[in-house]
Structure formats: structure tokens, C-alpha cells
Design a protein around this ligand. Structure first.
Ligand code: FE2
Length: 471
């Protein structure tokens, strides 16, 4: 056998990072690599790409595992059939799988059984042995975000980072994961540094842009955030992550009371009326509209279409984070029947199920759904009573700090509207301490002081808000 044949043969059993693959065909492995890169770079259709590969190479186990693994992240019931079907293709060929592939298989199997935490542990076990398994790292990181495992989002990268550098393909994506994990753990400077490093390697890297946008949000650097996002919008604006990044951009404008810009972003980028938006886009749209209402601005007729899109998922009970956003649309569009459907489905589900989402729904999802209903019905005292005990546990709902901030903000607004001004001052003080450059936080503090008749402190807080808006 010629030396070049030996080289080809040995390459065929690993991917470009040296991670073993049981299927010995370079074209299949390269096709998988393209699909993984599509998922990492939020470009193209990774599932369509892997389907092409699997059509040509139906025995490519790692290809089926990518498909099943990537589909876990959609968190939509309608996708489950596809995921289970891909998993059954793996099962037919399991005797040919290597240990890495068996690990991926066990992870998705655990997921399908409803044990998302066990799935993470299985993927983590793969990573302990193969720290350059970029797909396993991606799936652990994103799932930790879905499950609200804040330390896990960071540490999945920390455990392997010493083995990665720029010579390993995909290093910039690893930096992107780490940057976001660091940001969620409030290590903002380090997060921004690594995200910008990732962007130096790949300027068109939506997840690294995302990590920087979170740093800007958490630090209250609204003007810098608008500039940063604007300078790069021609790149991330065409990615599959654009909606979420527009949502981040809208948050800066909202804080600065630039409402025309907020409406403009919603109507041009978040409104899914003109397209078949996926759940993540609809989550962002609902979350932004609720905030627009919290600051006393009108949402026009924007809720109706959004509620239409969520209504078929009212009884999904797959993921509490989705249910909360569905409920936002139902209460905002006064759909009592859909609200009741969602609540009843949740109650039935909590009585009978034991999967990972049960705890998320029981502890945070359902209380927040009920609190939103109270809020919209102007039962502000009840809303406060529901949210106050859970506000420090909301990470269990999953998502990011920036996304979950809607809960704390709703609580504060409910406290003000309930006339619980002492509590409202305390809550607003917490928020101004965490984010002193947020005009909206100072506005809330001013209203709370005003409620107590403390005009002097109210005026000081208003002056602070005004100075931030004019800055
Ligand atoms: Fe985000």
C-alpha cells in the first residue's frame, strides 16, 4: 500500500480534529464537518446538509448522531418524530459504532426519554475522553443554556481549553462558547476579551457577537452596544441568529427610551408575519413586546399575530421556557381559553410526568405563568406574591440573565402598581446597583419614591434617568 493511501485511510477514521469516526469515508466526514460548521456559524441549513450526506452514505452513524443531536436543540414537540427516527437509524447500526458514537447515542437516547440532565452527562463523558469533540461541546454548552446550568455553560469549555489553540479547526467557536459562559458567570472583562478574539479569527461569528452583546447589556453599555451591533449588522444580520441579535439591539434602545427604534426593529426584524419564524424568534418577539408594555408603551396590534403562532403549542409542556413565552402572548392578547389550556396542560403534566422539565415548570414556569395572568388582570398584589419567592431561582427556567430579567422587571412593576412602594424601592435599588446606567431602573425608583410621597428622592432618581438618556 502506498504511503498516500495509508494517510488517506488513517484520516478516514478521524475528523479534522483527530476525533475518531467509525465510518471510513472522507466525503461523508467532510459533509458532516460542513453541517457542524453550519450549526456553529448559524449559516445555512445544517439538517438539510446532513440529509444530503446521509442520502449518499446511509450507514454513516456519526451523521445520524449529528442529526439527532442537533434536533434536540429545537425544543419543539413537532421535531421529536424526526429526532426519534434519526436515533432509530443509529440503533440499526449500533454494533459498528465506536465508543465516542455510543456516548452520543446514549446522550440523545436520554434526551428522548426526557432526562436532559443525563444527556448532558453522557455528552460530557464523551468530552472527557475526546476534548476536541466540537459537536459534543456545542451540545453540552447549548443544553446548559437551555437548562439554566450557569457554571456548566462555562466549565464545559474550561475543562478542555488547554488542548485547543488556533491550529485546531473550530477554535473560534470554542472561544465563543467560553465567552458566553464567562459572561453568564459575570466575568465580563474576560468574556469580552475572548469574544473579540473569536471575532478576530472569524468576523462573521454570530455567537461571539452575541457574547459581546450580553456583556454590553449586563454592564449597561447601551450606546456602545448600539454602535458595536450596528458596525457588524451587515454580517450577523444575514445569519440564522439575526432575530435574537436584533432583540439585543432593541433592548439597548429600550433602555435609552428610543422607542421609535424599538418599534422599527420589531416591525422589520422580529415580526414573523412575513415569514415562518421558529420558536426562538417568537420567544424574542414576545419578550420584547412585554417589555414595551412594561414601560407603558403601546404594542398596537402586534400581540395578535404572535398569539396565533403560539396557540398550537399551548399544550406542549415540553419546555417551561417556551410555555412562559406562550403565556405572555395569551395574556397580552386576552385569550382566556388558550391561557386555560396551557395551565390545565401544565397541571396534568406536573401530576403525571417525571422528566427534567417537571422541576423547571413547577418551580418557575407555572408560578410565572400565573403571575403574568395576575399582572394582566391588574391583580398586582397576587403577582408580587407569586414572583417574590422565586426570583432568585429563575435560572432554573433556562435562558440567559438578560432573557430572565423580564421576571424581575415584571415583579418590580407589579410592586409599584400594587402600591407596595417600600418593596418597589428595595427592588429598584437592587437593579440600579447592578446596572447603574439603566435609565429605566432609575425611572422605576423615581416612581416608587413618588408613591411614598418622597418627592426629593423621586426628583433625584428622575434627574439620574434623564442624564442617562441625554448622555
Ligand atoms: Fe442572548
Amino acid at each position: 500500500m502506498a504511503a498516500s493511501d495509508i494517510a488517506t485511510k488513517s484520516r478516514a477514521f478521524t475528523d479534522i480534529r483527530g476525533v475518531p469516526v467509525s465510518y471510513a469515508d472522507n466525503r461523508a466526514i467532510e459533509g458532516l464537518e460542513e453541517a457542524i460548521e453550519m450549526s456553529l456559524s448559524f449559516r445555512g441549513d445544517a439538517i438539510a446538509r446532513i440529509d444530503e450526506v446521509l442520502k449518499e452514505f446511509p450507514d454513516f452513524i456519526m451523521g445520524w448522531l449529528f442529526k439527532a443531536g442537533w434536533l434536540t436543540q429545537t425544543m419543539e414537540t413537532r421535531i421529536y418524530k424526526l429526532m426519534i427516527s434519526a436515533l432509530s437509524e443509529v440503533e440499526k447500526r449500533l454494533k459498528h459504532a465506536n465508543d465516542r458514537e455510543i456516548g452520543h447515542y446514549e446522550a440523545v437516547r436520554a434526551w428522548v426519554n426526557g432526562d436532559f440532565f443525563a444527556a448532558v452527562q453522557k455528552w460530557e463523558a464523551v468530552l472527557f475522553k475526546y476534548p476536541k469533540d466540537l459537536l459534543a461541546m456545542e451540545l453540552v454548552h447549548y443544553t446548559d443554556v437551555l437548562l439554566g446550568d450557569i457554571a456548566g455553560q462555562r466549565d464545559v469549555v474550561a475543562r478542555a481549553l488547554t488542548l485547543w489553540d488556533e491550529s485546531v479547526p473550530g477554535y473560534e467557536f470554542v472561544l465563543g462558547f467560553y465567552a458566553f459562559g464567562l459572561e453568564e458567570n459575570r466575568d465580563f472583562s474576560h468574556a469580552e476579551e475572548l469574544a473579540r478574539q473569536a471575532l478576530a479569527i472569524r468576523p462573521d461569528h454570530p455567537y461571539a457577537v452575541h457574547a459581546v452583546s450580553h456583556v454590553m447589556e449586563m454592564r449597561g453599555r447601551q450606546t456602545g452596544g448600539i454602535r458595536f451591533m450596528g458596525e457588524r449588522a451587515n454580517q450577523w444580520g444575514t445569519s440564522n441568529f439575526a432575530n435574537h441579535l436584533w432583540w439585543h439591539t432593541a433592548l439597548y434602545h429600550l433602555d435609552l427610551e428610543q422607542y421609535d427604534r424599538v418599534y422599527d426593529i420589531f416591525d422589520n426584524h422580529l415580526d414573523s408575519r412575513r415569514k415562518d419564524g421558529n420558536k426562538y424568534e417568537e420567544l424574542d418577539a414576545a419578550a420584547l413586546l412585554w417589555r414595551i408594555n412594561l414601560v407603558g408603551q403601546s404594542s398596537g396590534d402586534r400581540w395578535t399575530h404572535l398569539a396565533d403562532k403560539w396557540e398550537p403549542a399551548a399544550q406542549d409542556t415540553l419546555y417551561a421556557f417556551n410555555d412562559v413565552h406562550a403565556m405572555l402572548t395569551f395574556v397580552s392578547d386576552d385569550r382566556t381559553e388558550a391561557q386555560q389550556k396551557l395551565l390545565s396542560a401544565n397541571e396534568r403534566y406536573l401530576e403525571s410526568a417525571s422528566d427534567a422539565n417537571v422541576a423547571m415548570s413547577r418551580e418557575i414556569g407555572l408560578p410565572f405563568c400565573l403571575a403574568m395572568r395576575d399582572f394582566k388582570a391588574e391583580r398586582y398584589r397576587e403577582c408580587v406574591e407569586r414572583l417574590l419567592p422565586v426570583r432568585y431561582m429563575t435560572h432554573r427556567l433556562g435562558g440567559s440573565y438578560a432573557q430572565r430579567d423580564i421576571i424581575g422587571w415584571t415583579l418590580l412593576e407589579a410592586a409599584i402598581r400594587a402600591g407596595r412602594f417600600d418593596l418597589a424601592i428595595a427592588l429598584a435599588n437592587e437593579r440600579t446597583a447592578l446596572k447603574p446606567t439603566s435609565a429605566q431602573n432609575w425611572r422605576a425608583l423615581a416612581r416608587a419614591f413618588q408613591g411614598l410621597g418622597d418627592t426629593s428622592n423621586a426628583n433625584r432618581a428622575t434627574a439620574k434617568a434623564q442624564s442617562l438618556i441625554l448622555a
